[in-house]
Design a protein around this ligand. Structure first.
Ligand SMILES: O=C(O)c1cc(C(=O)O)c2c(n1)C(=O)C(=O)c1cc(C(=O)O)[nH]c1-2
Length: 555
């Protein structure tokens, strides 16, 4: 049988080396630091024109496909919202499928897309989360369930879409539900038994540190969801995990900084203890979340090598932060239009409220704010190439009309405190709702950009072959020259792409994979809150559903 000789030796060392070992991909992000950079250069700018599909595997599922596949010892593992698949990565033949059910009412408490973003693997088991807020371990050999542990009751507005993270022998998971007035947290689990080890609330109780940043009982529905997988630095033994928007969005009913809304937390993986935090958007009135990925890199800044994380926040600023202590090193605007703030105060690390935000806070008047609640970049991860020194990000150019009103908490329903009848997405005159951008993380300079009418909603991957791969909403999987932005290859995958590219090598050949299958928040919300953009809606409606995974190699 395929993979029968496996020793299941993947360990903490294998995980730490994942970015270097090109014959396997053990982690979402192509390494614990999630640079999404591959050292493979067999496919490069001079031969990428000969990239052709090797196989296509159907999930038999019409939901959005956001999962990044993993490859270990000649088997590919990929997740959907309700199934996990093991596939022979050379032929696309299925090996096993684990299909599971969640209560049919679950989608009602999922804000943005019936999706799953991937799995983690460790010591012979594959870990994933379920939409109804469970964590599951599967036997990698045959897909049977080893354990299943409940994180929390989905009926209270909690769900799970992220991939788990393995750090220092602990399975770590976050939670979704920021639109439903949850109280966010991060959990640690025992990988062998599924025993719950610790919970770190991302909204502190009144008697905990940071508890005084929440008035009265507001912390109970304070949000700060943790729906994007964190990164791990084994040397510092710190996990970097984002905490999202406040509940309700309307911040006048929770005056204060509201820790740890819109923040990155540095956690000790064994205990969940907080080593430091940095808050991107104190009080966050606009659903700017703070959950986006934190890429680990070592870069020269001010004449010395520094251990940093890079983070393109939904609030429109790209941050470089010292990952040893949380000190802000750089912050630069990475989108065209931003009017909620006048910049970041480099001394305090805090954004400076613009006159517009001050007016909204003082009067409660309707405003047109940029970026929109989707942010300058949503969940779809950027990549960082240590070769070029640039990050490659799919960015968004949208604003929103925003009218705060008094919030009403009702279990399992949207907790916004906004007049939804007046919530509208706003679009730039030139018709580009998003750009793929090569950005210098230290200056914010944009080296090149490629605009799209329907914004790209998937991740990017950079390679040593000087290529950047990403997919489009309308279904083309594309490669760009990392240095010039020239489109050098394209293939239509049949449905829209909102997945995360990955690559590995097997028997001397480089393979590149991407899931195709439209869905996610852009699909769900643009037709409702962006209905005035008739052309965009027509284009988006023309994209057929259909979940599958494609794998490519040189002819
Ligand atoms: O606050 C949350 O808990 C939460 C969860 C999720 C999710 O789990 O997918 C999204 C968001 N928020 C969100 O704000 C958002 O824009 C978003 C986009 C998507 C997607 O899959 O396209 N998910 C989510």
């Amino acid at each position: 049988a395929i993979g029968a000789e496996k020793s299941w030796a993947q360990s903490a060392t294998d995980l730490a080396n994942d970015a270097k070992t090109t014959d396997q991909v053990l982690t979402v992000g192509l390494g614990q630091g999630q640079q999404r950079f591959s050292a493979l250069d067999k496919v490069n700018t001079s031969n990428v024109k000969s990239l052709v599909p090797v196989w296509n595997y159907s999930f038999g599922d019409n939901r959005g496909q956001e999962s990044q596949p993993l490859v270990y010892k000649g088997v590919m593992y990929v997740t959907t919202h309700d199934s996990t698949h093991a596939i022979d990565p050379k032929t696309g033949r299925g090996i096993w499928v684990n299909k599971f059910e969640y209560p049919p009412e679950t989608p009602r408490i999922v804000c943005c897309g019936i999706v799953n973003r991937g799995a983690a693997i460790y010591n012979g088991k594959l870990y994933r989360a379920t939409l109804d807020a469970h964590v599951v371990a599967l036997n990698m050999e045959d897909g049977t369930e080893v354990w299943k542990s409940k994180a929390i009751d989905y009926a209270d507005g909690y769900s799970m879409t992220m991939a788990p993270l393995i750090a220092n022998g602990v399975v770590i998971t976050g939670i979704s539900g920021g639109e439903y007035g949850i109280r966010g947290f991060i959990d640690g689990w025992d990988p062998e038994t599924g025993k719950h080890l610790w919970r770190r609330y991302t909204v502190p109780a009144p008697d905990e540190e940071g508890g005084d940043t929440w008035p009265g009982e507001t912390y109970k529905h304070g949000g700060a969801p943790t729906w994007i997988t964190g990164t791990y630095d084994p040397e510092l033994d710190l996990v970097y995990w984002g905490a999202g928007n406040g509940g309700p969005w309307n911040a006048e009913f929770r005056k204060g900084d509201n820790l740890y809304v819109g923040s990155v937390l540095a956690l000790k993986p064994k205990t969940g203890e907080i080593a430091w935090h940095y808050q991107f958007s104190p009080n966050d009135p606009y659903d700017y979340d703070g959950v986006n990925e934190n890429i680990i890199a070592d870069v020269e800044i001010d004449g010395k090598m520094q251990k940093v994380i890079m983070h393109a926040d939904r609030n429109g600023y790209l941050y470089v932060i010292d990952r040893t202590d949380g000190k802000l090193l750089r912050a630069s605007q990475y989108i065209n239009k931003l009017n909620w703030a006048d910049g970041i105060d480099m001394k305090t690390g805090r954004p400076i409220d613009s006159a517009l935000t001050k007016k909204m806070r003082a009067t409660g008047e309707k405003i047109d704010v940029w970026p929109s609640a989707f942010g300058g970049k949503n969940w779809f991860p950027m990549s960082y190439s240590p070769k070029s020194g640039f990050v490659y990000a799919n960015t968004l150019e949208m604003g929103m009309s925003y009218k705060p009103v008094e919030p009403v908490f009702k279990k399992g329903t949207f907790y916004f405190g906004l007049d939804l009848a007046q919530l509208q997405f706003l679009f730039p005159d030139d018709g580009n709702t998003g750009y793929l951008r090569a950005i210098d993380p230290l200056t914010g300079d944009i080296k090149w950009e490629v605009g799209s009418q329907a914004a790209n909603w998937g991740g990017t991957m950079a390679t040593a072959g000087d290529l950047v791969f990403t997919g489009t909403y309308t279904g083309q999987f594309k490669a760009f020259d990392a240095n010039t932005g020239e489109e050098v290859w394209s293939f239509q995958t049949g449905s829209g792409i909102i997945g995360q590219p990955m690559t590995w090598e097997q028997d001397g050949k480089q393979y590149i994979s991407i899931a195709s299958g439209i869905g996610g928040a852009y699909r769900n919300f643009i037709p409702v809150f962006g209905a005035k953009n008739v052309e965009l809606n027509k284009l988006m409606a023309s994209v057929p559903e259909g979940g599958s995974i494609w794998t490519f190699a040189l002819q």
